[in-house]
Design a protein around this ligand. Sequence first.
Ligand code: C2E
Ligand code: MG
Ligand code: MG
Ligand code: MG
Length: 291
Amino acid sequence: QAKKASRNTLRFFDQQMQDAVTARVALEDELRKAIQRKQFRLLYQIQVDRLVRPLGAEALIRWQHPERGLMSPDQFITVAEETDLILPIGQWVLDTACAQLKTWQQDACTRNLVLAVNVSAKQFRQADFVARVQATVQHHAIDPALLKLELTESMLLENIEDTISTMNALKEIGVQFSLDDFGTGYSSLQYLKRLPLDQIKIDQSFVRDITSDSSDREIVGTIIAMAQNLYLGVIAEGVETEEQRQFLVGKGCEQFQGYLFGKPVPAEQFAAELITVVDASLDQEDAKERL
Ligand code: C2E
Ligand code: MG
Ligand code: MG
Ligand code: MG
């Protein structure tokens, strides 16, 4: 009896594993076709300064899947990385982002916007990554200073000497760097000061509870002070409330991103909403002048 039960259990797990493998293979296969079928979209989330003036945006990928609907990166980026499909996908992102920068460049209202693009570890480690960035920037004839590459701590510390030389080569092209999800990794300050970074991005997990959790308040204050000491810019992500914004402003944070200012939206909507944000920040400046 026991033997039979265990055999059934085994068969059950076999079936589950089989299903998981089948689903994974199907996802891989669909992911492989998604580029040619033009199923990826880039959404743009606004980044603002202390007066809520627009500074730029972060490009965030979505997969418009024919059956599963709009998929978030959490549902496919890991598989893309494991299969190296992140390489063509990452190139598509870079190319689409640069095309968008070109479009922005042609309008007085959007010409100074900086666009932040997420780069995965595999992409960054490609032997020809620097050449690819250069070729893409040149192809679209954009000002490289308007392109900001978002890198994460873990990928940079993997092989620090290679990291530094790749970053320096990219710096020569003129692009900017932001250190994404800062505080979630194990950055040693020793390494941090050797990297040619422009900005540190405070992870949203710290921002979420700054109005209630005193240790998160301390951490965020420390990160901002550290950024200032290293002459780095600092941006907070995941800012959802006015209280969070006020706290960050008080600590000296310079840039902000989060639902309080805008969700990630398609390019057309981004341009339309930009006007609203500009109006709001003008109102603020008016209010200041009146004081
Ligand atoms: P990330 O780069 O840290 O991006 C920030 C994430 O926080 C985005 O999730 C954004 O939609 C979300 N977010 C922004 N403001 C708020 C807020 O106020 N509250 C909350 N709760 N969330 C907020 P998303 O778009 O799902 O992207 C998740 C992650 O996927 C990104 O984290 C990034 O690591 C990765 N990713 C996104 N696009 C790309 C891409 O083009 N290439 C690569 N390699 N990775 C990407
Ligand atoms: Mg990011
Ligand atoms: Mg982040
Ligand atoms: Mg994050």
